[in-house]
Ligand binder design. Structure first.
Ligand SMILES: Nc1ncnc2c1ncn2[C@@H]1O[C@H](COP(=O)(O)OP(=O)(O)OP(=O)(O)O)[C@@H](O)[C@H]1O
Length: 680
C-alpha cells in the first residue's frame, strides 16, 4: 500500500544517509587515531566492526556524547586509546551498565592487558544511607494517644472572676455555690477550674443518667497547689444537689486517709445548704461501723442497692472491702468516679482494685431462677425506679417492642487528676477511658503548644511559678550541721522536712532537739519546736500535730513521704528535702507542699557529694553507702533530665559559716550517742 510504503521508503533513505555520514566520520576518526597511535590493533577493529551493525540512529545519538562530539580534540598522551564501550543486547541498559558488563567480561578483548588508569571513571552511585534516628521528642509523639494530642492546654495565669450577681459570669455555678465560695474567700476561679467547670457542667452533662449518650472521661494534669480539688468538687456538688433520692453517685478515691479527711472537709464546707450526704471509708473505724454508715438496708435483696450517702470518699483497700463484703453496697448509680493522685493510685495493684471498681459500675445483679420467676409474676415488686438503666436492662422484664433497640452504657464519668499524671498507655488502658478529654495546665505561650505537650509526654512536670528552689552539696558528715545552719541563717519556720524513712525522722528530731537545747542555753533566742510526723503515730495524735503545725505552735515538722502528696497546709513556707527524693515525681510533690494557690515558697535540697566520710553520726545513719556515693550525681542528673537544673539555685556553705555552731553540734552528737547507747 502506497500510504504505508511511502514513509517506510523515505525513512530507509534517511537512514542510509545517516549511515553514510556516520561511516565518513568513522573513517576520519580512524585516520586520526592511526596518526596518533600508529597501527590499529586487531581487537579494536573487531569492536568497531561489531559497532557497524548497530542501528545508525543509535550511533548518531552516541555521536553527540562528549566522547565523540569533537573528533579533532587532542587526545591524551596515553599509550593506548581508551577502550571503547560495547553495547550489549539489552537496549535498556545505560552507559554505565555497558561499561560494567565489559569490565566484568574479559572475553570482549582477552588479549589486551588491563592497565591501571586506562578505564573510564565509573559513575558514582549514591551510597545506601541509614535514615536519621528519630529524636527523643519524635519518638515520644509516636503512637501517642490521639486524645492527648488534642489536649486542651490552659495557661496557668488564666483566672475567671466569680460574680455574686444573678448571672454566673461563665462559671456555670449556682448562686448558692458562688456565695459559699465567697464565704471561704474564693473570689475567682483558678486556671484548671476555668476549663473544667464549663466542661463538666455543660447543659448536656448535668443529667444523672445518660445511658444512650454517656459523658466523656477526663484526665487533668496541673501543678501542685493549682486548685484541682475544687475543679472536681464543685461540679459534683452542682450536679448532685438537684437529686431527689439518695444514691451513691460520686466516688472519690484517694491514696491516704489524711487526704480523705482533707477532701471531706472541703466538700462539707461547700455543700452546706444542700441535702447531700457525705461518707468516708478508710478503715479508720471498724468495718461494721462503716457498713452501717454507708448502707441503709443490708438484709433485703435490693437490685437497685441501698445507700445512705451521695458522695463517698475512700482509700482503695477499704473500697474493695465494701464492694465485696457489704450487702446492697452498689456502684450502679455512680455518676462520677474521681481518681485523685491518679498516677500513684494506678501504680497500686492492691487486689486489682481498679478492675473490681470498674466492673462494679457495670455489674448486673445475679438473680436465682426462683427470684426471676417471682420477678416475672410481680414486676412492680422490683420498684424499677430504684435500679440504674444499665442494671434494669439486665433484669428479666416485660417485653417492650422497639424499632431501634439501643444498648445502654453506664453513666459513670471517670475523672483523673494529678500534678504528675502518668502517660503510661498500659496503665491508662486499664481504665477503659471513654473518649477521654485531656486538660493540661502548662505554659503561658500558646505558640509553644506542641513543646508543652511534649513536656507532659516526656514527664517534664511543671512547677508552681512562685516556687524558689535551692540546693547545697555537702560532705555527708556535715549534713546535720549544714541543715542547722540553713535553718538559722535563712530563719526557716513553718517548714516541712522530708527524710527517707520513719527511723531517720525520729533520729533527726532527737538531734535537732539536743542542738536547740545547747544553742538556746548559750544564746538569747527562743527554742525552735520540731516534731516528727509518721504513719506509726495514732490517727488522733497525727491530727493534733497537724493542727499545731497549722497554728504555728510547731516550727518544723519532720516526716517521711507520707504527706508529700496532696496535703494542703496553707502556711507551709519552706520544704526541706533532708534526704534527696528518689525520683522526679516525689520531688515535684514534696516541693509542691509550699508555694500553693499563688503564694510564694522555698524548697531546699541537701545533696551529699560523692566522697563519703563516715562520721559518728553517719555510722548510725548510713545503711547503704553505695547509694550514698551516687547521690549528688544522681540528683543533678535527675534534674537535668527533667530540664529543671537551671531553676535550682546552688548555695555554698563555707567552713567558716559553720564554726559558731560547732560546739552545740558536738554536744548534741554526744547526747544522741549517749541516748542510743542507753537504749541498746
Ligand atoms: N479559686 C481559688 N481561689 C483561691 N484559693 C483556691 C482556689 N482554688 C483552690 N484554692 C486553694 O488552693 C489550695 C490548693 O488547692 P488544692 O489542694 O486543690 O491543690 P491541688 O492542685 O489539688 O494540689 P496537689 O496536687 O498538691 O494536690 C487550697 O488551699 C485551696 O483551698
Amino acid at each position: 500500500m502506497p500510504g504505508v510504503e511511502g514513509p517506510t521508503a523515505s525513512s530507509s533513505k534517511v537512514k542510509t544517509k545517516a549511515k553514510q555520514r556516520y561511516l565518513k566520520r568513522k573513517k576520519e576518526r580512524r585516520k586520526q587515531r592511526s596518526k596518533g597511535y600508529g597501527e590499529v590493533q586487531d581487537g579494536e577493529v573487531a569492536v568497531d566492526d561489531v559497532e557497524d551493525d548497530v542501528d545508525a540512529v543509535d550511533d548518531d545519538d552516541r555521536a553527540g556524547s562528549p566522547e565523540n562530539s569533537n573528533p579533532t580534540t587532542p587526545l591524551p598522551s596515553k599509550p593506548k586509546r581508551p577502550k571503547k564501550r560495547r553495547r550489549v543486547e539489552d537496549e535498556d541498559d545505560d552507559d554505565a551498565m555497558a561499561v560494567d558488563t565489559e569490565n566484568l567480561s574479559p572475553k570482549t578483548s582477552p588479549e589486551r592487558p588491563r592497565t591501571p588508569g586506562t578505564l573510564p571513571a565509573l559513575p558514582s552511585f549514591p551510597l545506601p544511607a541509614l535514615p536519621n534516628a528519630p529524636s527523643k521528642s519524635e519518638l515520644a509523639l509516636l503512637g501517642l494517644d490521639r486524645a492527648l494530642v488534642g489536649a486542651e492546654l490552659i495557661p496557668p495565669s488564666t483566672i475567671l472572676p466569680i460574680p455574686l450577681a444573678k448571672e454566673d459570669g461563665g462559671t456555670r455555678l449556682s448562686e448558692r455555690t458562688r456565695r459559699r465560695l465567697r464565704d471561704i474567700g474564693v473570689t475567682e476561679l483558678f486556671a484548671v477550674q476555668t476549663a473544667l467547670l464549663p466542661f463538666l457542667l455543660s447543659e448536656e452533662s448535668n443529667e444523672l443518667y445518660q445511658p444512650f449518650d454517656p459523658p466523656r472521661d477526663v484526665c487533668v494534669s496541673a501543678p501542685t497547689g493549682s486548685g484541682k480539688t475544687l475543679a472536681y468538687v464543685l461540679p459534683i456538688i452542682e450536679t448532685l444537689s438537684e437529686r431527689v433520692v439518695t444514691r451513691l453517685r460520686a466516688l472519690i478515691v484517694l491514696p491516704t486517709r489524711d487526704l480523705v479527711t482533707q477532701v471531706r472537709e472541703t466538700i462539707e464546707v461547700l455543700s452546706k445548704g444542700t441535702k447531700l450526704r457525705i461518707g468516708t471509708a478508710t478503715g479508720q473505724h471498724s468495718f461494721a461501723h462503716e457498713q452501717s454508715q454507708l448502707v441503709q438496708d443490708q438484709t433485703d435483696v435490693l437490685y437497685g442497692g441501698s445507700s445512705k450517702v451521695d458522695i463517698l470518699i475512700c482509700t482503695p483497700g477499704r473500697l474493695i472491702d465494701h464492694i465485696v463484703g457489704t450487702p446492697n453496697f452498689s456502684l450502679q448509680h455512680l455518676r462520677f468516679l474521681v481518681i485523685d493522685e491518679a498516677d500513684r493510685l494506678l501504680a497500686q495493684s492492691f487486689q486489682d482494685w481498679l478492675a473490681q471498681v470498674l466492673a462494679a459500675t457495670r455489674s448486673q445483679p445475679s438473680i436465682s431462677e426462683e427470684e426471676r420467676r417471682k420477678l416475672n409474676s410481680d414486676w412492680n415488686a422490683l420498684r424499677p425506679d430504684s435500679c440504674s438503666p444499665i442494671v434494669l436492662d439486665g433484669l428479666s422484664q416485660p417485653y417492650i417492642p422497639a424499632f431501634f433497640p439501643e444498648t445502654k452504657s453506664t453513666s459513670c464519668q471517670k475523672l483523673l487528676f494529678s500534678a504528675t499524671l502518668t502517660q503510661d498507655p498500659g496503665k491508662l488502658a486499664a481504665l477503659g477511658l471513654r473518649d477521654p478529654k485531656y486538660f493540661i495546665v502548662k505554659g503561658e505561650d500558646k505558640d509553644r503548644a506542641q513543646s508543652n505537650l511534649l513536656d507532659v509526654v516526656m514527664e517534664k512536670f511543671s512547677m508552681p511559678a512562685t516556687l524558689r528552689e535551692h540546693m547545697t552539696v555537702m560532705d555527708p558528715s556535715q549534713k546535720p550541721l549544714i541543715f542547722f545552719h540553713i535553718v538559722q541563717t535563712y530563719k526557716i519556720r513553718n517548714a516541712l522536712v522530708f527524710t527517707k524513712s520513719a527511723e531517720s525522722t525520729t533520729r533527726l528530731v532527737r538531734l535537732f532537739e539536743f542542738f536547740e537545747r545547747e544553742r538556746t542555753q548559750n544564746a538569747d533566742s527562743s527554742t525552735l519546736v520540731v516534731r516528727s510526723y509518721s504513719s506509726d503515730l495514732p490517727v488522733q495524735e497525727r491530727k493534733t500535730i497537724l493542727e499545731q503545725f497549722k497554728n504555728e505552735k510547731i516550727n518544723l515538722l519532720v516526716c517521711s513521704d507520707l504527706i508529700s502528696r496532696g496535703i494542703d497546709i496553707s502556711n507551709v513556707a519552706h520544704v526541706i528535702s533532708y534526704d534527696v527524693p528518689v525520683d522526679m515525681r516525689k520531688y515535684v510533690h514534696r516541693v509542691g507542699r509550699t508555694a500553693r494557690a499563688g503564694r510564694e515558697g522555698d524548697a531546699w535540697t541537701l545533696v551529699e557529694q560523692q566522697e563519703v566520710h563516715i562520721s559518728l553520726y553517719l555510722e548510725i545513719d548510713v545503711t547503704d553507702s553505695c547509694t550514698l556515693k551516687q547521690k549528688a550525681r544522681y540528683f543533678k542528673q535527675m534534674m537535668k533530665d527533667a530540664d529543671h537544673f537551671d531553676r535550682i539555685r546552688r548555695i555554698k556553705v563555707n567552713e567558716r559559716d559553720l564554726e559558731p555552731l560547732l560546739p552545740y553540734y558536738a554536744s548534741a552528737l554526744q547526747n544522741l550517742k549517749d541516748l542510743y547507747t542507753r537504749q541498746n
